[in-house]
Design a protein around this ligand. Structure first.
Ligand SMILES: [Zn+2]
Length: 345
């Protein structure tokens, strides 16, 4: 077994860098080892990034935070008010895509697309999606139906992405942070058949091999609590198998919270893993997947999002390391636990 390794710089295609001063802290954390990140559009509640003005201001901050070696690719929030004209303006401005949040599905998703629109798309919504397809934008999906029972939310969304893929054959679709064997199966099926659909998988869902037992089995681990939840061990097994398939790549869904909102009466969902990329190396080594690491963390996203490769490597050393209880004021995933691999300068 190696005790040192290098990879090309990673691409994390699902990151929350929050707002205000946090952008600078969190952007720099990802920029330390990523050549590209896809920035989610849900800061600044209740609107999120849904106008060109908000986009330009936020992009400026993200670029400053990420520095010269990491490109923040921007998304905007798809809402019932998103028009084909706005889609075209966003495409001209270099926006990568519009993120679809079902209204009420997750943090700051209010004002997203109503669940009823997903099941029976009105023509104004179809026109917007057509414009996205024409402009060659990407449609990242938060794949949960907010009105379903909490563990069935992803299951009930499968029909939605399946229909979108069939109805918009050239629209590039990404089902974000999938957690179920069924979602793996359906995305893989469509991608193999030539549809322009992929899915991201997070580092924390790949870590929790016992599924829900790993975050509330013998006690509640707030730092491991996320949405969508880690579910059954069979679901985890499907995610681990998916890592070998071209249809799946890294989107960490890194979502930091301060201890005050993580360890409290109504703790926030979200795992902050961007600060500990060594945990993914640990997972891949443990399950015999190291040969697939570079494809998963860099190459596949590069092909799908058509990104230029950049020079530079990320270095990891096998060196026992205790994850701090807090990093830059936020609670990391696996706070206080020991990891065998760590990123080194
Ligand atoms: Zn997210």
């Amino acid at each position: 077994m190696p005790d040192y390794m290098e990879t090309p710089r990673w691409r994390d295609m699902h990151v929350h860098v929050r707002e205000g001063d946090a952008v600078y802290t969190l952007g720099a954390v990802s920029a330390a080892y990523c050549s590209d990140i896809l920035v989610m559009p849900n800061p600044f509640p209740p609107h999120g990034i849904d106008t060109m003005e908000r986009l330009e201001a936020y992009r400026k901050e993200c670029r400053a935070a990420c520095g010269p070696n990491c490109t923040p690719h921007m998304t905007m929030k798809l809402t019932p008010n998103t028009t084909p004209d706005l889609v075209r303006a966003a495409a001209r401005a270099g926006v990568t895509g519009f993120k679809l949040y079902p209204d009420g599905a997750t943090t700051n998703s209010h004002g997203g697309i109503p669940q009823e629109w997903l099941l029976n798309r009105p023509s104004i919504f179809n026109e917007t999606l057509h414009a996205m397809q024409e402009e060659d934008l990407v449609l990242p999906l938060h794949g949960e139906m907010p009105k379903s029972f909490v563990w069935d939310r992803e299951k009930h969304f499968v029909e939605v992405f399946w229909n979108l893929a069939w109805d918009f054959r050239k629209l590039r679709i990404v089902v974000e942070h999938i957690t179920t064997a069924e979602a793996v199966d359906k995305v893989q099926h469509l991608a193999t058949a030539g549809f322009a659909i992929r899915a991201t998988i997070t580092m924390h869902h790949l870590w929790m091999e016992n599924g829900a037992s790993d975050w509330h089995g013998d006690g509640l681990y707030p730092d491991r609590y996320c949405k969508p939840e880690a579910k059954r061990p069979e679901d985890w097994q499907a995610l681990i198998r998916a890592v070998k398939n071209d249809a799946f790549f890294l989107g960490s869904d890194s979502a930091p919270h301060v201890p005050g909102t993580k360890y409290c009466y109504k703790g926030c969902a979200g795992c902050w893993t961007a600060c500990t990329p060594g945990m993914l190396v640990t997972t891949f080594e443990k399950h015999g997947l190291l040969d697939h690491l570079v494809e998963f963390t860099s190459r596949r996203a590069g092909r799908f999002y058509r990104l230029d490769d950049r020079p530079g490597v990320v270095k990891f050393r096998k060196e026992s390391w205790q994850v701090p209880k807090e990093i830059a004021g936020y609670t990391p995933f696996l706070a206080g636990e020991t990891l065998p691999w760590r990123m080194v300068p």
